[in-house]
Design a protein around this ligand. Structure first.
Ligand SMILES: [Zn+2]
Length: 245
């Protein structure tokens, strides 16, 4: 294997490991954020359910109050009907009859109102199981995510340790002129942004900028060449065929 192939292979392997490490670190970083967002959602669903329950209870109390008004009205009616039977004069009898008619009219209105409030409460009751289901779903999602994360975490951490070791083993193989550029890029832009493969014979795999033909020739001559647009250190794919245009 020629030296240029070796450098190419090292850069490709480093790039692969840097991307893996970035993905693994990213999943570790993201998991608590996802869990936190899910907790916020649970609180939101809980507050919503509480509000719906409060409103439902208030409507229930309204309905109860109306029912009591009907009962009170009925008791008043019974009382006046008794008084009517015991009326001592025609005048008193007529006055009580008028009062009873008024009470009966009031009863009809109260009954309508009571039915309306009861129906409203019954309709509103449908919101309770919907909100309960939403809360249950939010809690279940959080539990599943948490369980999955706790299961995966040790595996991810072990992979990170392994990949870091593999990365270090590759990095020490880089010639000095490459490692100087590479190390500077790792510090300034991060490991996974430090390298790019040349795609479709002439484009930077990082930013799609076209690489000049003389730069490609220099890469083949084992020179460390960076993309003039995104500054990534470039390497060629294994099946690269130099096309002089
Ligand atoms: Zn680029």
């Amino acid at each position: 294997m020629s030296n240029s192939n070796t450098i190419r292979d090292i850069l490709e392997q480093i790039h692969f490991l840097q991307i893996q490490l970035n993905d693994l670190n990213e999943s570790l970083r993201r998991a608590p954020l996802v869990l936190k967002a899910q907790e916020v959602n649970i609180q939101k669903q809980l507050a919503n359910l509480n509000l719906i329950n409060e409103t439902y209870q208030k409507l229930g109390a309204d309905a109860k109050r109306k029912e009591l008004e009907v009962v009170a009205n009925d008791q008043a009616l019974d009382k006046r009907r008794t008084q009517l039977q015991e009326a001592k004069s025609n005048k008193e009898f007529q006055a009580l009859q008028l009062q009873i008619k008024a009470d009966e009219a009031a009863r009809s209105v109260l009954m309508d109102e009571a039915l309306e409030v009861i129906e409203k409460a019954d309709q509103y009751a449908l919101n309770v199981p919907v909100a309960e289901t939403e809360l249950k779903k939010a809690r279940e999602l959080h539990e599943t995510t948490k369980k999955k994360f706790l299961e995966e975490k040790p595996e991810i951490e072990a992979k990170i340790i392994l990949f870091k070791q593999l990365l270090e083993a590759e990095e020490v193989k880089l010639p000095r002129d490459f490692s100087e550029i590479y190390n500077r890029l790792v510090r300034s832009v991060g490991g996974n942004e430090a390298l790019a493969i040349v795609e479709n014979q002439k484009y930077c795999g990082g930013c799609n900028h076209q690489i000049p033909i003389n730069s490609l020739a220099q890469i083949l001559q084992k020179k460390p060449i960076t993309c003039s647009s995104c500054a990534r250190l470039l390497y060629l794919p294994q099946d690269f065929v130099f096309d002089k245009g």
